[in-house]
Design a protein around this ligand. Structure first.
Ligand code: DQA
Length: 146
């Protein structure tokens, strides 16, 4: 089984960006924790981060034939990127949306996710654990399809 973990805009600054909201773990540290879990689950994982909408879309397209599922934290694109949403629904890979912070208890604009309807689940508000919960959920889902 192979999954891709995609981090959207500004997540390259994890650890130094608003640590009271997003935590002190760096992107590298976060990816390491995800990798450890994937190793335990015997799942192959690839990571990608970009600040550019088109690059995120290209990455999703490129892996449409070789990955079994997607974990994505779309960052602020969550709230308005119909192009990213179309990419996810277009490739028809099971996708889990994750957020470090509790998007439902912050500014009003963060409560809306245009990505959520094309995902199998949304995890939020648990920091790094949101990603780990997302990986466990996605892996169970992919296994259930086999
Ligand atoms: C985020 C929440 C988004 O609203 C924000 O724009 C981010 C990070 C999160 O992980 O909590 O960049 O996706």
């Amino acid at each position: 089984m192979k999954i891709v973990v995609i981090h959207g805009p500004n997540l390259n600054l994890l650890g130094e960006r608003e640590p009271d909201v997003y935590g002190k773990t760096t992107l590298e540290g976060l990816n390491q924790k995800i990798k450890t879990l994937c190793d335990e689950l015997s799942v192959r994982v690839r990571f990608f981060q970009s600040n550019h909408e088109g690059d995120l879309i290209d990455y999703i397209h490129n892996f449409r034939k070789s990955a079994d599922g997607i974990i994505i934290n779309p960052g602020a694109f969550t709230h308005y990127s119909y192009a990213l949403r179309d990419a996810i629904s277009g490739v028809a890979l099971p996708t889990v949306e994750v957020h470090l912070s509790d998007i439902h208890n912050r500014e009003e604009f963060r409560k809306i996710s245009v990505i959520k309807p094309v995902c199998i689940h949304q995890f939020f508000g648990a920091g790094v654990e949101s990603y780990l919960d997302g990986v466990r959920y996605l892996v169970r889902h992919i296994q259930s399809l086999r």
